[in-house]
Structures are given as C-alpha cells and as structure tokens.
Design a protein around this ligand. Structure first.
Ligand code: 5GP
Ligand code: ZN
Length: 110
C-alpha cells in the first residue's frame, strides 16, 4: 500500500467503490470519467507505478489483468461488438494515475 495513492485506497477498500469484480490480486471498477459507453479499469491490488516498473515476477498479474479484461468484456456484453484494452504509460503516454491499471473501453456499436 502506497501512501496517498488513490488506486491503493480504492483497491484496499479505504475509498468505498462498487467493484464489478474483486479477487485476491485485482479489482475492476467503472472509470469516474468514462470515455466510452463502457469504460472499466482493471487494477492490481499491489502498487506498481506503471508498465515501466514491471519485472519478471509480475508476469502472472499482467496475464490475470488481460484475462479479467476479456472476462469483463463478456460480462458487459461488448465482447462480440468489440472493445479496446490499453495502458497509458507515464506522463507523455497520458498516464495520470501512477498505479498500474488497464482500461477496457467499448460498447459503441452494439
Ligand atoms: P490514466 O490516464 O492514468 O491511464 O487513467 C486514469 C483513469 O482513472 C482516468 O480515466 C480517470 O478518469 C480515472 N480516475 C481517476 N480518478 C478516479 C477515481 O477516483 N475513481 C475512478 N473510478 N476513476 C478515476
Ligand atoms: Zn497504488
């Protein structure tokens, strides 16, 4: 848990949030400022700053995040119409929250 990290606070329940999915290693919740009809964030519970900070020991969590993205797309019924899974990396890449998260966006042409 990293002090003053909003996604650490959300993931550990310090900031009450409706989780669409929650397990030992990650949580999924709605983006507060959605850029698409469906816009979810897939967030590991452990604090990792960005993609740049991943090590070989993080292979499992990265795989779990992508599998959760796929499963949530199905749950939100946007799997057939299509969607995007993406990471913004550091300031120049558009990252504003420096706790690793993957975006799931879709639902435009359902
Ligand atoms: P980034 O640009 O860092 O990849 O994306 C961060 C995302 O987190 C943005 O889309 C922003 O709307 C979302 N966000 C920022 N603060 C909060 C918050 O407190 N709650 C939720 N649900 N989303 C947030
Ligand atoms: Zn954090």
């Amino acid at each position: 848990m990293m002090q003053d990290c909003i996604f650490c606070k959300i993931a550990n329940g310090e900031i009450p949030t409706d989780f669409l999915y929650n397990d030992d290693s990650l949580v999924v919740f709605k983006d507060i400022n959605p850029q698409a009809p469906v816009h979810l964030l897939i967030v590991p519970k452990r604090h990792i700053r960005s993609i740049n900070d991943l090590t070989g020991a993080d292979k499992n969590i990265v795989a779990e995040m992508i599998m959760a993205g796929k499963d949530m797309a199905k749950k939100m019924s946007i799997n057939d119409s299509g969607y995007k899974l993406f990471f913004n990396v550091e300031k120049g890449g558009g990252q504003i929250i420096f706790h690793l998260h993957m975006h799931l966006v879709g639902g435009w042409n359902k």
